[in-house]
Write a protein that binds this ligand. Structure first.
Ligand code: ADP
Ligand code: ZN
Ligand code: ZN
Length: 741
């Protein structure tokens, strides 16, 4: 009998990354012809168990390489692409990501592909797009029901519709061809012309101020090689202008620019700032697009037709033939970190990508992350500061209101109410920030102290009054009816405690009945287009009160807002997470930055029960940098991230004892396997919210000064852990975790 090496001489094989939750790639057989055609980075259809899946070729095995005896070799079903659709740089980036974040390679690869390609749809789908030519052809189609149907649908989509989408809705290709013959519709061939147009300026750049000029010149010196820049510029200091002027130089050389913004930042306003500066093709990549649009944008990026690729987190994995610059705006924003499944941080992936592609990268923020300041300190990143507000706007003045002594009406201090009234009379706008949606965060009984708590979580129910009154758990989604009387003592003494945005809205309506109040939170903006309507209203110079959560804190430009109030800073000051202070500081500075961006100077009011908190005194001087410097040296002393590297293991099951026991055993194993003193193991401890949706959560934090070594030991250990865990237990790994819950 021949041994396996002899056998392998005659067998052509490829190694495929398959979208299953397994840490290996798998080998498949194919014919000599297919082998000759197969390209690394192209898709292939294979069967896996009983599933039919779309994989990506990661390697062509040389003849004679040993065959893995554990698996039975199967033939591929079909090669799906005749050339690579993921270029070598992105393939390397994906492999690195899988390794670094300890996530199955096949699932990581999926992050690089739009849904239609993941489903195995043909790459040249777009070549078959149909558009209406004749808008008055009703007469010509009236004798065929099929043609009538097709015509009706196509008329609804003047930009054109993909043939396969039409096929799915029951319209046959033959019908389309018949309509084409009658010259009623045509195939759109535009999409086949994949060539970038040379960039043209649509608008003159602004004259940069000294800081901007210095930043632009420094970045431009780094073209065609890797260098990371931290653009540390106050809110409204003209960071975007710096991006635009650097981008122009890169685009002029025919290169592509990848711009990443936080999830919520991708508003029509951001897009229009790029569009009004450059005449060039911009591809937009974000989760709000339908599959066809996303595929189209991805393809424009991947072929090089698009010069600017503007997207959210996952756009970092878009293959780009010509990448010349990466810009990541609001780099401190938490939405760059994926918090479930494949938990990657787009900022760190972007840094690695720039390095792989030998191009500069700019991280910009008014409140940079402590991680980035740490990289600056280690000389891994160059800091560029913008120290004045661009144009004539000045930094706002900060005021603290001590809630312990302030006179209050409707939960708002009278001082604040007065100030709001003054602004509105002067026809200015006011922004009120409260990071808590709903009516009230707690409902209690005043007679017996009963509290409305979620039966499945260690959490209070939030009281909502609209569209009907109910109790809602924001952690597991449970909705309960609002009881008429206390379920414990039967008295009618239930009382909401604290306030959410809906409650504040009610109060403001009573206090300021003659002014529009716009509420911006997840409850009020869930309808499509509602955010846009609110935004349009804000851009008019009319007295208005804007009230909202997080959504208002992000880089928006509200030129008529002159007063910002933060109703409850204390929530952030008292959290157990060591990053809470950083997040709170960023939030305060970012929200404050919405004030006084126009010609009038702005004011910021903070309501707190802790006016003496050290964090507040630093921020009162508008000095985020001093705060960050202090925080970084505190973290150094405490050996906390980013001064040590962290990995968080989360464990979830029906029993907390079982979690603790399992994590204890696993920690013990890690201690035995790794070098002494290399990895510090904290825990196991119950998660801050111990019970969530009826399941118990615990975790272990691993910390080390030596990232490479820690990762080396964790890799083996993590696979052992997955193997050893009881089947009903869910365990996840979070490398460089951003939140400890
Ligand atoms: P940031 O991104 O730092 O918050 P923006 O880029 O949005 O700041 O700039 C704030 C405002 O200042 C914008 O209206 C912008 O057009 C304007 N601006 C930026 N740079 C200049 C400049 N050099 N001269 C005049 N106005 C500028
Ligand atoms: Zn009661
Ligand atoms: Zn719950």
């Amino acid at each position: 009998m021949p041994n396996s090496t002899d056998l392998s001489l005659a067998i052509y094989r490829i190694r495929v990354a398959i979208p299953v939750h397994l840490y290996d790639c798998f080998d498949y057989k194919l014919s000599a012809e297919q082998y000759a055609q197969a390209e690394v980075g192209a898709r292939v259809a294979v069967s896996f168990g009983r599933q039919h899946v779309t994989g990506i070729i990661v390697e062509k095995l040389a003849l004679g390489e040993p065959i893995d005896p554990r698996f039975q070799l199967k033939f591929i079903t079909e090669l799906l692409d005749d050339e690579a659709i993921i270029n070598p740089q992105v393939l390397a980036l994906l492999k690195w990501s899988a390794q670094y974040y300890q996530f199955p390679i096949g699932e990581v690869m999926q992050a690089a592909l739009p849904t239609l390609l993941r489903q195995g749809k043909p790459y040249n789908l777009l070549a078959r797009m149909w558009k209406v030519l004749d808008l008055h052809a009703e007469e010509k189609v009236k004798r065929s029901v099929k043609q009538q149907d097709a015509y009706k649908i196509l008329k609804l989509h003047p930009q054109g519709t993909l043939e396969n989408i039409l096929n799915l809705s029951g319209i046959e290709t033959a019908t389309l061809k018949a309509l084409e013959k009658k010259e009623i519709i045509r195939r759109d061939l535009e999409e086949q012309n994949f060539k970038a147009e040379p960039v043209q300026l649509a608008q003159m750049p602004l004259t940069p101020n000294e800081d901007q000029k210095k930043a632009i010149q420094t970045i431009l010196k780094a073209q065609k090689k890797y260098q990371a820049f931290l653009l540390d510029g106050l809110t409204g200091s003209g960071k975007t202008e710096v991006y635009l002027q650097v981008m122009h130089e890169v685009l002029k050389q025919g290169k592509q620019v990848l711009v990443l913004v936080p999830e919520i930042g991708l508003t029509p306003q951001t897009i229009s700032r790029f569009q009004s500066r450059f005449h060039c093709h911009i591809a937009l990549l974000h989760s709000g697009l339908n599959d066809t649009k996303r595929f189209q944008a991805w393809q424009h990026a991947q072929t090089g037709k698009a010069s600017i690729i503007l997207g959210t987190r996952s756009a970092i994995y878009t293959p780009l033939p010509n990448l010349g610059l990466i810009v990541l705006d609001e780099e401190h924003d938490l939405s760059f970190k994926q918090q479930e499944g494949f938990r990657y941080h787009a900022r760190d992936v972007a840094l690695y990508r720039a390095h792989l592609e030998s191009c500069p990268i700019i991280l910009g923020s008014a409140t940079p992350s402590i991680e980035s300041y740490h990289l600056v300190q280690q000389n891994k990143m160059t800091k560029l500061e913008l120290n004045q507000r661009a144009g004539i706007a000045l930094m706002p003045k900060m005021h603290v209101i001590d809630l312990k002594i302030a006179k209050k009406k409707h939960g708002l201090s009278e001082q604040l109410i007065d100030e709001i009234a003054k602004r509105l009379e002067k026809k200015e706008q006011v922004l009120i920030f409260l990071n808590r949606r709903g009516y009230a965060p707690v409902l209690i009984c005043e007679s017996c102290a009963w509290q409305a708590n979620c039966p499945h979580c260690d959490a209070h129910f939030t009281l909502h009054m609209k569209p009907y009154s109910h109790l809602h758990c924001h952690h597991c989604g449970t909705i309960n009816r609002l009881p008429d009387a206390c379920p414990q003592c039967n008295q009618q003494t239930l009382k909401p405690i604290g306030m959410g945005t809906a409650k504040v809205e009610e109060s403001l309506n009573e206090l300021f009945p003659n002014f529009p109040i716009l509420r911006v939170d997840r409850d009020s903006t869930s309808r499509v287009g509602s955010w846009q309507r609110i935004y349009d209203q804000i851009q008019k110079s009319e007295p208005t009160i804007l009230l909202g959560t997080q959504m208002l804190a992000k880089g928006h430009h509200f030129p008529y807002v002159t007063l910002v109030a933060i109703l409850d800073v204390d929530a952030g000051l008292l959290s157990v997470d060591f990053r809470a202070a950083e997040r709170t500081a960023q939030l305060i500075v970012q929200v404050s930055g919405r004030s006084g961006r126009g010609e009038k100077k702005g004011d910021v009011y903070l309501q707190t029960l802790r006016p003496d908190h050290p964090l507040l005194s630093i921020l009162l001087d508008n000095d985020y940098r001093a705060f960050a410097k202090q925080t970084l040296s505190d973290r150094k002393l405490a050996l906390l991230p980013p001064c040590r590297y962290a990995i968080l293991i989360r464990c979830e099951s029906k029993s907390q004892e079982e979690n603790q026991k399992f994590l204890n055993e696993m920690s013990q194993l890690l201690r035995q396997q790794s070098e002494e003193n290399l990895i510090d193991i904290w825990g196991p401890i119950p998660a801050p919210m111990e019970r969530k949706a009826g399941r118990y959560q615990a975790h272990v934090v691993l910390l080390s000064l030596d990232r490479a070594k820690m990762h080396f030991y964790i890799r083996q250990w993590w696979l052992q852990l997955l193997h050893a865990k009881p089947s009903q237990m869910k365990v996840t790994i979070d490398v460089d975790p951003q939140e400890l819950n």
